[in-house]
Design a protein around this ligand. Structure first.
Ligand SMILES: [Zn+2]
Length: 256
């Protein structure tokens, strides 16, 4: 194919504009998601006020900056709701964008992750950034993400055509993800409170908690904890293990 100078510059323009369109869409999705994370309904009218506080010419510019990661979610939300983060230390998990089924495609990379293919985070193993992760092509669902050591992968070992090698994008460094841990605790007053304090002090945010009675002496605690990445979750697990109330702690895996 012969590409003339004119055609080449037209092509370049096209690439550039479809790129910014993609960033704009990602930015819009992140803005919508940041609102939903705080139980607020997103509307563009809420942004017009914010634009007087943020250095952007218009909403489109703002979306593109968000999509490119040039504007942090926490700075965006502070611009929209001034003063909101006064009580939260900078970098607190609650101020970060949460990786979930909706935003996973922004933070995960891999062959075949085309526009329109939906991603879902495996609720068997709760993969988070830093985990070696595998995508499994699943009918009707799209691609389900698992940690490489998830037990549910064993049954699929003879179907390599369903496996997709996945990686986490650099932007995932500044996010929060939900990891799941199960802890066995001594059934004594104060145990639950002590463990919750340990998690908070280690910078984790307990998003969901379920207790299961095991015996008169012990109970199990299944917790969804928002963390920065796999290393952060390991630190939290280690801090929990050091508690006198805690008998054992393990990260979620299928069928265990
Ligand atoms: Zn899994």
């Amino acid at each position: 194919m012969i590409v003339t100078g004119k055609a080449r510059s037209a092509l370049r323009r096209l690439t550039r504009s479809s790129e910014s369109e993609e960033y704009r869409q990602i930015g819009y999705m992140l803005a919508d998601h940041a609102f939903a994370r705080e139980d607020k309904t997103f509307s563009e009218s809420a942004l017009s006020d914010a634009l007087t506080r943020l250095p952007f010419d218009g909403v489109e510019d703002l979306y593109i900056a968000l999509g490119k990661g040039k504007l942090a979610i926490s700075d965006f939300m502070e611009g929209v709701f001034p003063g909101r983060s006064e009580h939260e230390p900078a970098g607190a998990i609650i101020n970060r964008d949460l990786i979930d089924d909706k935003t996973a495609k922004v933070y995960v990379k891999g062959e075949g992750l085309r526009e329109g293919v939906s991603l879902q985070i495996g609720e068997c193993c709760y993969p988070i950034p830093g985990d070696r992760s595998i995508g499994i092509l699943t009918p009707d669902t799209g691609i389900v993400i698992h940690t490489i050591d998830c037990d549910s992968l064993e049954a699929l070992e003879d179907q390599p055509e369903l496996w997709i090698d996945l990686g986490w994008r650099r932007a995932a460094d500044k996010t929060a993800s939900v990891g799941q841990v199960t802890a066995t605790l001594e059934h004594v007053p104060g145990a639950l409170a002590a463990v919750t304090v340990i998690i908070g002090e280690a910078g984790g945010n307990v998003a969901n908690i379920k207790t299961v009675k095991r015996s008169p002496a012990f109970f199990d605690l299944v917790m969804d904890i928002e963390v920065a990445d796999a290393r952060h979750l390991s630190q939290i697990v280690a801090a929990m293990r050091a508690s006198a109330y805690v008998v054992s702690v393990r990260r979620a895996r299928a069928n265990v």
